[in-house]
Design a protein around this ligand. Structure first.
Ligand code: SF4
Length: 445
């Protein structure tokens, strides 16, 4: 039996893309292996959102040179944002041992290569959008309970620090019926929760409505996905302060399967820095969207992203970010140190003038602040009973998440994978909680 090995880094979009390649390889008769040495085909899905990710991908690709030497029939394929929508000839010079370079979310170059090299054929009727969860199941010891479903590829925004539009191209929404069929197929494979993905997920359908004004937007799509039988929970990310509107928040507040969990990056708490980032909103605009979320969906958790050390960021401008986070007390803060990305406006026009150790100092100050805020927020759940969707065992304990994305662990001999458990919280920390299971909860219809 021919085998494939999958290596994935980066965002949730990359994981969903890898599952699509997996489905195509399985349609050609390959099965997943967790050892690159046993593989006939190796696929590396890459990320370049920061220099450290790009270095990791390049190192991993180079590490396969010796395997290729030992086995010249081994097929090595590289995809993702290192390749981008238009694979550059420089990549082939840099990695001559790689057979196929695939743009993000496009497995066809590999399928065509295997069909021509080994005269294999994808049988009729295999849907191009299908995801296979088999290699993930190998890693996780069972079918993943939760899966990611891209709904918009690319991004038409132009934040000055971001390489994504250059590598994934402008925004392209997928047809709603195709997305619904993909969700139905995932539920048939055992998935209970889906997260709809887009760089700016709120802009779903904007491009479709240029052609057909009656095309669905995100609120409509959430309603369509909500009707999928056997699906218990729906999440969506990543939102943008300028596009997260009342229609979307009404659906979060109104539809039982849509979870109270909003990911809306602010990136900085200073208006001058936001202008230099070309984010398209002000700090006050961000305050207003947080206020609106809390008014329309009081139990919602709010997750944000912050970049520290953006070119020119002064101590005072950093203070503004710190004070804004102190004031808003959000649930999670994803932190990143500014990393100049090749070809971006910031890398071309703005010197990376904040020293690395200063970037780390600012990073740690915000990290400590968020640890304090999250610890105080989670302490409020002590003694309470929370319902979690159990994902898997981790270090001997069952782990899962609440609807508002809180991480909870519990110990029990029963098999809780993929079940809804009611857990009484006995310990809380900044990043997770521990509890005692008090019962199973029946899933939504
Ligand atoms: S919204 Fe900005 S940061 Fe997000 S993917 Fe688009 S360009 Fe990048």
């Amino acid at each position: 039996m021919k085998k494939y090995y999958m290596w994935v880094i980066g965002c949730q979009m990359n994981l969903a893309d890898a599952n699509k390649v997996a489905a195509r390889l399985e349609a050609l008769g390959y099965v997943p292996t967790d050892s690159e040495r046993d593989a006939d085909v190796i696929v590396l899905n890459t990320c370049v959102v920061r220099q450290s990710a790009e270095d990791k991908a390049a190192g991993r690709i180079s590490s396969l040179k010796s395997l290729k030497k030992q086995n010249p029939d081994l097929v090595i394929a590289v995809m993702g944002c290192l390749v981008g929508n238009k694979p550059s000839p420089k990549l082939r010079e840099r990695f001559p041992h790689v057979d196929v370079f695939m743009p993000p979310a496009n497995p066809e170059p590999l399928v065509e290569f295997l069909e021509s090299r080994f005269h294999e054929r994808v049988p009729e009727g295999v849907s191009p959008w299908e995801q296979s969860l088999k290699f993930q199941s190998l890693e996780e010891g069972g079918v993943p309970v939760s899966a990611y479903v891209p709904i918009v590829y690319g991004c038409s925004h132009a934040c000055t620090y971001c390489i994504i539009p250059y590598r994934r191209g402008p925004e392209r929404s997928r047809p709603a019926d195709e997305i619904v069929r993909e969700v139905e197929d995932l539920v048939a494979q055992g998935v209970r929760e889906v997260t709809l993905l887009g760089q700016i997920v709120d802009r779903y359908g904007v491009d479709l409505r240029r052609e057909d004004p009656s095309a669905p937007d995100l609120a409509d799509l959430l309603r369509m996905v909500h009707d999928v039988k056997g699906l218990w929970r729906i999440r969506f990310l990543t939102s943008h302060p300028s596009y997260l509107d009342d229609r979307i928040l009404e659906v979060v507040a109104g539809l039982p399967k849509v979870c109270e969990h909003i990911e809306v990056p602010v990136q900085s708490g200073d208006d001058v820095v936001l202008q230099n980032m070309k984010r398209g909103y002000t700090v006050d605009d961000y305050r207003r969207i947080v206020e609106k979320i809390r008014m329309m969906v009081p139990e919602a958790s709010i997750v944000t992203d912050i970049i520290v050390g953006f070119p020119g960021e002064t101590e005072e401008q950093f203070r503004h970010t710190y004070e804004l986070m102190e004031e808003l007390r959000l649930d999670v803060m994803h932190l990143a140190r500014y990393s100049p990305r090749p070809g971006t406006v910031a890398a071309r026009r703005m010197p990376d003038d904040v020293p690395e150790e200063e970037k780390w100092r600012r990073f740690r100050l915000l990290e400590d602040l968020q640890a304090r805020i999250s610890a105080e927020k989670n302490a409020g759940y002590l003694g309470k009973e929370l319902v979690i969707l159990v994902e898997r065992k981790q270090k001997g304990r069952w782990m899962g998440r609440t609807r508002n994305y809180k991480l909870v662990f519990f110990s029990d001999d029963g098999n809780w994978r993929g079940k809804l458990a009611r857990v009484k919280i006995t310990w809380t920390g900044p990043w997770s909680m521990i509890g005692k299971v008090v019962g199973e909860v029946s899933p939504p219809a």
